[in-house]
Design a protein around this ligand. Structure first.
Ligand code: TYD
Length: 203
């Protein structure tokens, strides 16, 4: 089972992941938790470049760095785990590229598809998208630590990203389960956990 978690800045992905880790551990459900960018040793180097705000990147170069990270991630972590029928949960994956580089950086979808489709990345069985109004997410994210290259962007960038996620979720209701992240952390966890367990029981 391949599950991905998506959301924009401050939507509560990290908190949800911590709760899911504890829950799966206590219930003997084996899951490999991973993330993008930067899950592999090679990817960690790419992540440094991607988040470094002293570096200016063309949107296409940014996309290629993210795709290089994904190639390493899929080849070294995701595919080997799926081949052994293990459960994988990735914090961000393909939808992030369509939302951030597509809508955020304004690379049109056909062009992105031209880069992405030939790479044959595995499709997630389920994607949980945490949705939060942009202002609220940025307030939460800014309270944390130093801003990275993405977090420094203008509010319009994040509005485009949210709209794009909502559109992706609308177009692929079967795969993407949207959770309104303005509810409590405990409620977000319950909804996500129930949805994942249902999917696990189906398979
Ligand atoms: P990270 O610190 O992991 O942030 P978050 O907690 O929001 O996941 O930084 C990852 C950043 O990379 C995040 O701002 C989104 C961005 N990103 C893309 O722009 N495109 C992508 O395809 C991926 C995987 C991430």
């Amino acid at each position: 089972m391949f599950i991905t978690l998506e959301g924009s800045e401050g939507a509560g992905k990290s908190t949800l992941i911590e709760s899911l880790k504890k829950y799966f551990l206590n219930n003997n459900i084996e899951f490999i938790f991973t993330k993008e960018p930067g899950a592999t040793e090679e990817g960690a180097e790419l992540r440094k470049l991607l988040l470094d705000k002293t570096i200016e990147l063309d949107p296409i170069s940014e996309t290629f760095l993210l795709l290089a990270d994904r190639i390493e991630h899929v080849k070294k972590i995701i595919n080997p785990a799926l081949e052994e029928n293990k459960n994988v949960l990735s914090d961000r994956y393909l939808d992030s590229t369509y939302a951030y580089q597509g809508a955020g950086r304004k690379i049109n979808k056909d062009e992105l598809d031209k880069f992405i489709k030939p790479l044959n990345f595995p499709e997630p069985d389920l994607t949980i998208y945490l949705d939060l109004p942009v202002e609220e997410g940025l307030m939460r994210a800014k309270g944390r630590d130093k801003l990275d290259r993405f977090e420094e962007e203008e509010i319009d960038f994040f509005e485009r990203i949210r709209d794009s996620y909502l559109k992706l979720a609308q177009e692929d209701k079967h795969r993407i389960f949207t959770i309104d992240s303005t509810i409590s952390e405990a409620e977000v966890f319950e909804l996500a956990k129930d949805c994942i367990e249902k999917k696990l029981n189906e398979s």
